[in-house]
Design a protein around this ligand. Sequence first.
Ligand SMILES: [Zn+2]
Length: 166
Amino acid sequence: MYDCAYKAFEKVAIDNALSWPIDIFQLVKNYKVSLITYDELAYRNNMHILDFLKWMPSQDGMYMQYKGNICIAYNNRKCTETQRFTIAHELGHIIMDHKEDTEQNDKYANCFARNLLCPADKVSTNDLECSCVIANKFLINDRAAKVRVDMIKTDLYYMKKLGIVY
Ligand SMILES: [Zn+2]
């Protein structure tokens, strides 16, 4: 049932001739998606960042549509690796054309982001012994690297089943 996420990742990898670690900031530009930081959004709303964060439904990021433009807002106070995952997750929502932020859609977006930032078949078997090696190579945070290790068999299984080639 995660087919949509794997297929979306495959298409993005092919269309953009990706190599890893990917430049997520450049990638969103290819989709004409603009980026805005939470600091900037807070400033535009005349809010202190701490009040703004209390007001935001997500502490990581969100995507929004404004006058026909699609925009990803992200919490720039998190580490770069977390920002990269947030932006990849939100790009997943946009590319898979999610209309609402359901738990299921979030799972699809996480699957998309995980494979976009760190595809299962790009991780060498040796690196699986230490998630910190994966984190450094693919510029993802520790939590994402641990999930990558945990999900490696599942992802490889589905990529094979679906014939994902890029
Ligand atoms: Zn989400």
